[in-house]
Design a protein around this ligand. Structure first.
Ligand SMILES: Nc1ncnc2c1ncn2[C@@H]1O[C@H](COP(=O)(O)OP(=O)(O)OP(=O)(O)O)[C@@H](O)[C@H]1O
Ligand SMILES: [Mg+2]
Length: 259
């Protein structure tokens, strides 16, 4: 069971923002989408969720995404958008409840509290969303997404977490916590596609990496295949080195400045 993207293109206004994108993301794995600002990561996620019109092939668990109803898609995948502005004074519990309802789980107090505990927000249910810190707000949306997804595998097969920059507002401890949640979801048979800017989290947690540059695939493969100093340096336009760590894994770091 997989997410299959074939020769996908997206036009926004007069611009072709994505061109000829191919990707196979497998359930049981974490797939990272990386690339500089404006390279098309969010546009690709919005095409995958069916929010944007796109040309080319797009299927999830063998279903054509654009021929599947929104209600069915909501039971197959849960989406964390890059930005989720909320204009009304919702409580934390109300937002997480919405996720459970959309995903078809009974929105019980237990389901809500469990989702909040998983993102280290136990006891936050009655708080007003607007009165939380940026990182806490991001974790509320993650709890909503987890409540929507439910178990990693459902009656229709693997479920998917589609996460656009899930750790952008988080401290290092909570970044690790959220990436472990993603790994565990995949280890239990679910699929995870996450947009990340942190190349070290990508190296550590991703099974496959799609590197976008100016709306095209610059590279796709395992972290070891994709994350090389010269390639990353070229795409991000800065001198980068990739250092193998003695305990395994690797570290991506800027080169020392001359002088
Ligand atoms: N509605 C739109 N009309 C025209 N161009 C758009 C529109 N939305 C986005 N773009 C352009 O599409 C390109 C890709 O945007 P996208 O949001 O996918 O980038 P991104 O890789 O997610 O970047 P970031 O890391 O900053 O989130 C950008 O150049 C952006 O300016
Ligand atoms: Mg983006």
């Amino acid at each position: 069971m997989s997410l299959v993207i074939h020769d996908l293109s997206v036009r926004l206004g007069h611009r072709e923002v994505l061109t000829g994108i191919d990707l196979i993301a497998c359930a049981g794995e974490v797939t990272a989408i990386i690339g500089p600002n404006g390279s098309g990561k969010t546009t690709l996620m919005r095409a995958i969720t069916g929010e944007l019109a796109a040309a080319g092939g797009l299927s999830l668990n063998g279903r054509d995404i654009r021929a599947t109803s929104a209600a069915v898609m909501a039971t197959l995948r849960a989406v964390l958008a890059q930005a989720t502005p909320l204009a009304f004074p919702f409580t934390v519990a109300e937002i997480v409840r919405l996720g459970a309802e959309v995903g078809g789980s009974p929105p019980t107090a237990r389901v809500i509290e469990h989702a909040l505990a998983r993102v280290d927000l136990a006891g936050y249910g009655a708080r007003l969303y607007q009165q939380l810190s940026g990182g806490e707000q991001q974790r509320v949306h993650l709890a909503r997404v987890l409540a929507q997804a439910g178990a990693p595998v459902g009656p229709e097969g693997p479920r998917w977490l589609l996460l656009d920059e899930p750790v952008s507002a988080l401290d290092i401890g909570h970044q690790m916590m959220v990436m472990r949640l993603a790994r565990d979801f995949a280890a239990e048979g679910g699929g995870v596609v996450a947009v990340l800017h942190d190349l070290n989290l990508t190296a550590r947690f991703a099974d496959r990496v799609l590197l976008l540059a100016e709306g095209r695939v610059a590279a796709c493969g395992t972290p070891v295949e994709v994350l090389t100093g010269p390639r990353l340096g070229g795409v991000y336009d800065c001198a980068l080195q990739v250092v193998a760590l003695p305990q395994g894994g690797m570290l991506v770091a800027p080169m020392a400045e001359a002088g």
